[in-house]
Write a protein that binds this ligand. Structure first.
Ligand code: CP
Ligand code: NVA
Length: 312
């Protein structure tokens, strides 16, 4: 039995990530060309946190692949109540061909994957948001062509899921990734080490800074995200003060490369991490980025299902 999971960005090698992105591009051009879930076969889609884009894109994507999405609110299941996550993974594998799960700690996904005999897909955890970054890479490739060698700068909470996934996913694609975050909000050193290992294979560079002006100088891609991620609303930290200089506004954008593009995974907090002028301006690709969740995730599911040999 072989099962491929997608729990974090470096679960795909550079060559594998390129295959998924090529398929995403193919599926965007021809959305109904692949039906691996005909039957319909099922995919479980579980949310322990709120979602708009992930919910719609997975449910529609699974339907377009010929399948049926069983979409559930995790709090209404036995998850984390009195059943181990390994046992839940074992049981769900008898009903569906893959499980897509948005949850809190990354270890919860790892535990479910231990018991599962079908692919487990991380639809956002506290540590990583790898499906989002596949869509981001697809969007960058659409505007810039070759990913390897591009300079991507993320500004904001360097310790959140987007920063971590951009680090791992970005260097996997051969991009030079800079994380610009206020002091005290740097990425997890364990993730930085993993990104540096991967960067050595792809010729990429990882840079951590706390100066937003220097970080954007000459960058090809600027990315930001909310300053307060889901689950952090009550942590009592003052984020607005330290994060203010990291907001992407027209002045900061003007310091990037002249044709720099801007990404935001959304939902955006207009006027906080990004201004209206930038988000709605010609250099923003945030709306294509949102659409590409659909295409990138369909490609990922097709790719994982083709490499998983547990199906009856
Ligand atoms: N970007 C993203 O994951 O959006 P949702 O939280 O709406 O799914
Ligand atoms: N960092 C954000 C991403 C939302 C899609 C969060 O976890 O809330």
């Amino acid at each position: 039995m072989t099962v491929r999971h997608f729990l974090r960005d470096d679960d795909l090698t550079p060559a594998e990530q390129a295959e998924v992105l090529a398929l995403a591009r193919e599926l965007k051009a021809n959305p109904f060309s692949r039906r691996p879930l005909d039957g319909p076969r099922g995919v479980g889609v579980i949310f322990d946190k709120n979602s708009t884009r992930t919910r719609f894109s997975f449910e529609m994507g699974i339907a377009q692949l010929g399948g049926h999405a069983v979409v559930v609110d995790g709090s209404k299941t036995q998850l984390g109540r009195d059943e181990t996550l390994q046992d839940t993974g074992r049981v769900l594998s008898r009903f569906v061909d893959a499980v897509v799960w948005r949850t809190f700690g990354q270890e919860r996904l790892e535990q479910m994957a231990e018991g599962a005999t079908v692919p487990i897909v991380n639809a956002l955890s506290d540590q990583f948001h790898p499906c989002q970054v596949l869509a981001d890479l697809q969007t960058i490739a659409e505007r810039k062509g070759e990913l390897a060698g591009l300079r991507l700068t993320y500004l904001g909470d360097g310790a959140n899921n987007m920063a971590h996934s951009l680090l791992l996913g970005g260097v996997t694609a051969g991009m030079h990734v800079t994380i610009a975050a206020p002091l005290g909000f740097a990425p997890d050193p364990v993730v930085v080490d993993a990104a540096r290992v991967r960067a050595e294979q792809t010729g990429a560079m990882v840079t951590l800074v706390d100066d937003p002006q220097a970080a954007v100088a000459g960058a090809d891609v600027l990315v930001t995200d909310t300053w307060t991620s889901m689950g952090q609303e009550e942590d009592g930290l003052d984020r607005v003060g330290p994060f203010r200089p990291f907001r992407i506004d027209a002045d900061l954008l003007a310091k990037a490369a002249p044709d720099a593009m801007v990404l935001h995974c959304l939902p955006a907090h207009r006027g906080e991490e990004i201004t209206d002028e930038v988000l709605d301006g010609p250099q923003s690709a945030a709306w294509d980025e949102a659409e590409n969740r659909l295409h990138a995730q369909k490609a990922l599911l097709v790719w994982l299902l083709e490499r998983t040999e547990s199906r009856p």
